[in-house]
Design a protein around this ligand. Structure first.
Ligand SMILES: [Zn+2]
Length: 339
């Protein structure tokens, strides 16, 4: 009974508190509710001269966004706005997106960033997701151990080829092809990310066992285009770069031929221009499993001959690799019309 009375008094007080504050939704009980209601009562009963009230009201205008964006595609700019003047804009990661004094946000590369607008002590923040310009698949050709098991060279094909062949090696550097292709792939990935692309790699280490079909399928799922990186082998005098693509007559990916051919052209031309490596031109092929299983535009770049001392040395030099990567990236930019 005694307990019941206390409960009832408590409930009556609660009802009063709710009536007083007007903003209690009846879900908060106990000390917290009482404190809030008392505080509110004090505030509303305090008498202040009218001029002070006006000033205080002015000060209390909250800082809010008048214009903001949840997503911006890399390479694009959007103007953010708040309701107050004298804003100081900052970005939590300038590499992902920078912001000008006027609130113009320039999205640079794929990722998430917080933008802050500060006026006096007031701060508002907006989370912005920078979307990639495009998603690029990179297949660093080969792997430490080739896989001589067989797989169909294309969907529905009766012809079979080894799942991953061993690749060539440098006559001068003694470097295996699988090392060179991953070196270039890794640098290309970094470069493309900085240019606003998202990159998917088929492999990031040598000790993998991924067949050419699996490589194609991985990139098909997530990417807009695929770049396959390889180096050639042949007689010592043979040198230069070429780009391999599937022509319209290809029974597996023929319908991608116009796009794949143009991608091959863009990449090969920009690559040869940047490096000075001689172009051997485009090569139409029907026997490349990794290309035939592709459902996205794809090119296979033979970057040079590892069996040629000059090409081999160049492709392993720091200066050469920088130019190779710059060239491939430029070709991709050109293919998508960004340059
Ligand atoms: Zn190869």
């Amino acid at each position: 009974m005694k307990r019941m009375t206390t409960l009832m008094i408590g409930a009556t007080f609660m009802a009063m508190a709710v009536a007083l504050t007007g903003n209690m939704k009846g879900k908060v009980f106990g000390a917290e509710t009482q404190t809030t209601s008392v505080k509110t009562t004090v505030e509303t009963t305090t008498v202040t001269p009218e001029t002070t009230t006006k000033k205080e009201k002015k000060k209390e205008v909250p800082l809010v966004f008048k214009k903001k964006y949840k997503t911006i595609t890399a390479g694009k700019s959007k103007k953010f706005k708040v309701n107050l003047k004298g804003v100081k804009w900052t970005s939590s990661n300038k590499k992902i997106a920078g912001v000008s004094k006027k609130g113009v946000v320039k999205a640079k590369r794929y990722g998430k960033v917080w933008l802050s607008a500060k006026v006096g002590k007031k701060v508002v923040k907006a989370k912005v997701k920078v979307l990639p310009k495009k998603v690029i698949g990179i297949d660093a050709g080969h792997q430490r151990q080739g896989n001589n098991g067989l797989e169909a060279i294309g969907p529905g094909a009766s012809t079979k080829k080894p799942k991953v062949s061993g690749g060539t090696a440098g006559v001068f550097t003694k470097k295996p092809e699988f090392v060179l292709t991953l070196e270039i792939a890794t640098k290309l990935k970094k470069k493309l990310i900085n240019q606003g692309y998202k990159v998917v790699m088929t492999r990031t280490s040598h000790d993998v066992n991924i067949t050419n079909i699996q490589r194609a399928q991985k990139l098909n799922k997530k990417c807009n285009i695929a770049i396959r990186l390889h180096a050639d082998g042949g007689p010592a005098s043979a040198q230069g770069a070429s780009a391999l693509y599937a022509p319209a007559s290809n029974p597996y990916v023929g319908k991608l031929a116009p796009k794949s051919k143009r991608l091959s052209e863009c990449v090969l031309n920009a690559y040869c221009e940047a490096t000075g490596i001689r172009s051997r031109g485009l090569s139409a092929r029907n026997d490349l499993s990794g290309t035939n299983w592709s459902t996205i535009p794809v090119t296979l770049l033979e970057m040079g001959f590892m069996t040629n001392a000059s090409d081999d040395r160049y492709m392993s030099s720091a200066e050469g690799q920088k130019k190779m990567v710059d060239g491939i990236a430029k070709g991709i930019e050109k293919y998508f019309g960004y340059q």
